[in-house]
Design a protein around this ligand. Sequence first.
Ligand code: FMN
Length: 216
Amino acid sequence: MKKLLAAGIAVVALACGAAPAGADALKPVQLPAPRTDGGKPLMQALKLRATSRAFAPDPLPPQTVADLLWAAWGINRPGEGKRTAPSARNWQEIDLLLVDAGGAWRYDAAANSLAPLVSGDLRHLTGGQDFVKDAPLTLVFVADPARMKGSEAASREAYAYADAAFISQNVYLYCASEGLATGVRAMVDRPALAKALGLGADRIVVFAQSVGYPRR
Ligand SMILES: Cc1cc2nc3c(=O)[nH]c(=O)nc-3n(C[C@H](O)[C@H](O)[C@H](O)COP(=O)(O)O)c2cc1C
């Protein structure tokens, strides 16, 4: 068990830091079990919540990535499969994609793993501002309208933005609690990013949100 965990962590370290040579280099990543206790009291985290636009380049450790993703959009009631953020009619239509120097992955909350999407550094496509390429990790919030059963086409985008915003605030509060820098942005070239990520034409790219250590 110990050996398995060590192997898993080594793979996450690769996924979150180095740039693999090609698509074959991306393998599914089993994340360490999230630590679901500790952190700052809520009122202190709220006092510290802020948008940052200056990141140190250092990659985040696998445990931090696992904790961040769980806080953002993990399953907190396994019996019901429900999550740390609400979603309209429990559609759970938001996919959280992780973009780092090595490639892009989709967070699978049930498996606590990262499923590979594409290799290569796409961080520069996650926003129009210069700092976006410095942050070691950017989360991209993508909605799948096919999961929004019974919704009217005209309201789907509004629901997707609302549901993504709850997840974004979870990321803000986790980062405030852990002394990490984060910033959400809507200023994204969505068609370019969707194309690079290989997303289907129906998917809605909502926000991007970078996470890292504050630049000193
Ligand atoms: C929907 C939304 C979109 C945003 N888009 C961007 C963006 O594209 N670039 C950016 O630098 N900040 C962006 N921000 C961050 C805001 O500028 C920031 O929240 C605001 O200035 C208040 O600062 P604070 O978060 O530190 O309180 C966005 C925030 C929200 C809620």
